[in-house]
Design a protein around this ligand. Structure first.
Ligand SMILES: Nc1ncnc2c1ncn2[C@@H]1O[C@H](COP(=O)(O)OP(=O)(O)OP(=O)(O)O)[C@@H](O)[C@H]1O
Length: 594
């Protein structure tokens, strides 16, 4: 099974490029227009020194003061420069907006994708790292588009245009200037060799820091109760220290190799061009034409170096962003939960298990040869020692894991569970999980959970769950905000709300996973009454640790090591001399008496 924190496989650059290419598709036409205008802007930029050269060659050196033409050239250079700047500004804004749109799309698709991943993915996913992938990594992808790709594209266009213009002016001098390109790439290569491992390590460590923070906050009660704060503080500090050291390596490589080395190249190139020019003319008289070319080349060198510096300065960001984009792409490549095209419906809510086997890992069976026939409207309790497979059975009933071939059958109303229409199946099966999960939203939103439910349906569900009473006592009734995780409600109230939510979709089958284990005896009775009222109206399958909650069940399934140990009503099971159920009941009675 894949996990969210694994190292991406394959070449990151390819995966990053695939991601960007996919996301930019709807805006390809806009990008093309933007690039066209950028090429024009670069051409206009290159015109300036050409006009300067004409100014020197035609009027300045030959002492030929034609004021009108000279002013015309100066004005031309000025207009070309201003137009180029304006064009560049508009195009970079246009491209930046394409970039933001693309990132918006990527972020939405990553979040949507995560919501569609199979439950098995989350068995090994680390929350902090997954959150980091959806938020931080997609933010880094924005950098890749906005800062890097478009600034780099602009620089590349500029560089090409300048080299072409120089070729027309003096191709031999152009070749000398062109030597800058391999020199700069040499520096970048060296930089990459030195800093790339550190860049990757820094990201990994930052991700670990996020994961540790998220984990500690989630488990704060346990952490404080076990006095583990100091140990965890130390563990965090050591990762943080490693992160700092890795950042230092990166920064040192940046400081040595980027700006200073490139500034040095700029000065060296100027010296070489002037020296070559001087040698060429030694012995002869400087011709006016050559001086104009020298002027143009000196201005071009500055302009060639600047895009090259831009290209290299963006390089470290590029590396980080490529790693991030590759990781986002890897997450997007993670297979989604299969969406059966099947059209089966749940009509009555009968559940049949025929020789059902299940294992999370090959060779470690969790359910073995389970046979069961639950009739529509039946109330089935499930009990068994810890690890006996109760929750796993519920997960299969929720279609969280597929039933492997040759592993028996799980039928709902006579149809294999995989052949039911997804939306119809989710409507027909309600779940009350072990931990009532509540949103930081109003009571109404917590019951509706985004479903299109009428006010009457929400109220009826709350009534049926026995939650209407306490909701009515909240200051704003159904509009009362509940705070993060329903922080302002008592545990039992959260549980009742979870039942109301499960009932709101008017399911045919209601699954409860130890829904009453956290509740005090008073609230347990409210839940019991709610379940009693539902008894017979829909199929109820309820895992219970507190055996009193399923005493009234039509039948009780006793699981042991993944197979059916006993099955029958409470009274019948209590008759079994030395039976597992009877032992469990007696143990609980003993525990409650002491
Ligand atoms: N996601 C998972 N991946 C791998 N193994 C798992 C997973 N969930 C449960 N198991 C294993 O499957 C077995 C059955 O677990 P399950 O949670 O179904 O038991 P249970 O009867 O519900 O236990 P409990 O009463 O403690 O909740 C256990 O050995 C457990 O370690």
């Amino acid at each position: 099974m894949d996990d969210a924190h694994k190292k991406p496989q394959g070449v990151p650059v390819k995966r990053a490029a695939a991601l960007l290419w996919r996301a930019v598709q709807p805006d390809v036409a806009t990008v093309r227009v933007g690039l066209f205008w950028l090429v024009l802007a670069a051409g206009l930029d290159a015109l300036g020194p050409v006009m300067g050269k004409a100014f020197i060659d035609r009027y300045l050196l030959p002492h030929n003061p034609q004021v009108g033409a000279m002013l015309g050239l100066l004005a031309g250079a000025l207009i070309a420069g201003c137009t180029a700047s304006l064009l560049r500004y508009h195009q970079l804004c246009r491209l930046a907006s394409v970039a933001m749109q693309s990132v918006r799309r990527i972020r939405e698709s990553v979040y949507g994708h995560v919501l569609r991943l199979p439950m098995s993915f989350f068995d090994s996913a680390i929350t902090g790292q997954l959150v980091s992938r959806v938020t931080n990594d997609t933010e880094a992808v924005k950098q890749l588009y906005v800062q890097v790709l478009f600034v780099m594209l602009d620089s590349l266009i500029m560089l090409t245009t300048l080299l072409v213009t120089m070729t027309f002016l003096d191709w031999r001098l152009m070749l000398i200037v062109a030597a800058l390109v391999p020199a700069v790439f040499g520096i970048v290569f060296l930089y990459q060799r030195l800093s790339a491992p550190a860049v990757g390590r820094t990201r990994e460590l930052r991700s670990t820091l996020n994961a540790q923070t998220a984990e500690s906050i989630a488990g704060m009660a346990v952490l404080q109760a076990t006095g583990a704060a100091a140990t965890y503080g130390k563990r965090y500090a050591s990762v943080n220290e490693a992160h700092y050291a890795s950042r230092q390596v990166e920064l040192r490589a940046n400081a040595w190799l980027l700006r200073p080395a490139l500034d040095l190249l700029n000065v060296a190139m100027l010296a070489v061009v002037i020296a070559v020019f001087g040698m060429r003319e030694s012995g002869g008289q400087l011709s006016a034409v050559e001086v104009g070319v020298l002027y143009a080349f000196v201005s071009y060198i500055g302009r060639v170096v600047e895009p090259l510096i831009q290209l290299t300065m963006q390089f470290s960001q590029l590396q980080q962003a490529v790693v991030a984009a590759a990781r986002v792409n890897t997450l997007l490549d993670e297979a989604e939960a299969p969406r059966p095209q099947a059209k089966g419906r749940v009509m009555a809510g009968a559940v049949t298990l025929q020789n059902l086997n299940f294992a999370y890992k090959n060779g470690v069976p969790v359910l073995r040869d389970v046979n069961l026939d639950v009739k529509p409207g039946e109330f089935l309790g499930i009990v068994g020692p810890t690890g006996s497979g109760k929750t796993s059975l519920l997960s299969l009933l929720l279609r969280f894991y597929p039933i492997a071939e040759n592993s028996g059958q799980l039928l709902v109303d006579g149809q294999p569970i995989a052949e039911l229409d997804e939306a119809a199946f989710r409507d027909a099966v309600g779940l009350v999980p072990q931990e009532p999960f509540l949103l930081a939203a109003s009571v109404r939103e917590n019951i509706a959970m985004g479903r299109d439910l009428s006010e009457a349906q929400i109220h009826t569900a709350a009534e049926s769950a026995g939650a209407a009473g306490f909701i009515g006592r909240l200051e704003n009734g159904y509009d009362t905000p509940l705070g993060e995780g329903g922080a302002r409600l008592a545990v039992g109230e959260k549980q009742l709300l979870a039942i109301a939510r499960a009932l709101a979709g008017q399911p045919k089958i209601l699954l409860l996973d130890e829904a009453t284990s956290h509740i005090d005896t008073g609230t347990e009775q409210v839940v019991q009454q709610a379940l009693a009222k539902l008894h017979g109206k829909l199929t109820i399958i309820s895992i219970a640790h507190r055996l009193s909650t399923i005493r009234d069940a039509d039948r009780i399934l006793v699981l042991s090591h993944g197979h059916v140990a006993e099955l029958g009503p409470h009274d019948a099971l209590m008759q079994i001399e030395g039976g597992l159920y009877r032992r469990l009941v007696e143990l609980q009675q003993l525990a409650s008496e002491t």
